[in-house]
Design a protein. Structure first.
Length: 183
């Protein structure tokens, strides 16, 4: 008969395992939706976007549309493997974090251009939008860079506690983000 402490340990390990699998399924299903959307909208892209002349919005649209596929691959390399070393985990985490930031900035650039176009190309609104865009993104990138430097990947404390469990847990690092003042 198991002691209450062993039951608690087993419950925590099972919850940890379930959380890992749910995370993996979310990554795979999210990427499947991206692929499905891409395939579904490709004929419209060919009909509506390909014949138009080259412009900044068109370049951004195509860059973002096709980059999302690369970003999905980065996300899969971070969430799917269960036997990454701490260094591999850190590299994958950096890759997906930077990739996400680039995708957001590209998306918001498209939105800025659309708002400017809808305003009738009002120069005052453009100046305000650019001031706001650069103010937000420069400060955001400074904080993001400091935060990214503070991320440390180590073996999970949960894994150490349950070393008697499955061997794969001993190979699963976790990324831990601590602010500059916490280090």
């Amino acid at each position: 008969m198991a002691t209450p402490q062993e039951v608690i340990y087993k419950t925590i390990v099972e919850a940890y395992t379930s959380t890992k699998y749910v995370t993996y399924l979310q990554g795979v299903s999210g990427f499947a939706l991206v692929i499905a959307d891409f395939v579904h909208t490709f004929p419209d892209e060919v009909r509506l976007m390909w014949p138009t002349p080259i412009s900044l919005p068109k370049v951004l649209f195509f860059a973002l549309r096709y980059y999302i596929l690369i970003h999905g691959a980065f996300a899969m390399t971070y969430t799917l493997p269960t036997s990454l070393s701490a260094a591999q985990c850190h590299a994958a985490f950096d890759r997906i974090a930077i990739s996400t930031k680039l995708a957001v900035i590209a998306s918001e650039t498209i939105l800025l251009i659309r708002v400017y176009a809808f305003s009738g190309k009002d120069k005052k609104l453009l100046a305000f939008l650019l001031f706001q865009f650069f103010g937000i993104h420069i400060s955001e990138l400074v904080v993001f860079a400091r935060w990214l430097q503070s991320v440390k990947c180590t073996s999970s404390a949960v894994i150490f506690l349950f070393s008697f469990q499955e061997a794969e847990f001993n190979k699963s690092p976790v990324c831990d983000s601590r602010g500059p003042s916490d280090a």
